[in-house]
Design a protein around this ligand. Sequence first.
Ligand code: CIR
Length: 269
Amino acid sequence: MATVRLDQKYRALTRAIPDTFDRALAKFFGSGPKDIALAKEQHRAYRQALLSAGIEVSVLPADDNHPDCTFVEDQAVVIDGHVLLPVPGHPSRVNEQPPIAEFITRQLSGTKICSMHGEARMDGGDILRLGNLFFVGRSSRTNEAGIEELQDLLNHLGHELRIIDIPDHALHLTSISSTPTDKVILAPEGFLPKDAFGELPEGSSIKWMPAEEVYGCNTIGLPNGQVLVAEGYPTVLKTIEEIGLKPIVLDMSQIREADGSLTCCSIFF
Ligand code: CIR
């Protein structure tokens, strides 16, 4: 989940891999997972890495009727303790949301929950946070009306939102970028114009990675200085080390086959 600052990452919600994971949507990084047992093992290692970094991890049961249910990031947006429940951009994913919404609502009781409606569509994976500056991808999953509803929440919270057009060959903004710290954006060459993120706050920077390491640009920075990174992206790995952070490398091969990245598999709250 890319909508909380490092100091707000205490607890993470995840959801187990369903037995139907081989039917997950796959059009960008992958062509569909082949080895569900391995995917489950990779997901277990992911949860263990979060636990080892001191994050309290919850796991919702899988829903075999929804092959993409593991990708909880898309289903609920938590910003400064406020919750926005988007209408997911792909129809097959809409009914994944109720148990996630119920869990988050229970955990954050007393919080105002806003639900998108009408024509608004958004996947949480299109939102990226750099400190208190937000970016949203206008993508095949996130439309103008969805962005307006996010804008309303951010206006209320006093945070700026910048819109970035996602090219046809990418799924979400977080499929091609992440903020391993509250001052660093990782993004691949060749996917976004160099000025896509606009002028950044003083002290912040973008590290441009080679295009072939696009999947590796999705990382999860943790409050203890560790950063989860996917295995197989040497420039990303080196960059994380040069920033002075400690990479924890995870094999994501089967999750990648379903177009899922590290951040897609959790909601921090
Ligand atoms: C989908 O196409 O919706 C899933 N197979 C992958 C979702 C990945 N989620 C994300 O990037 N936040």
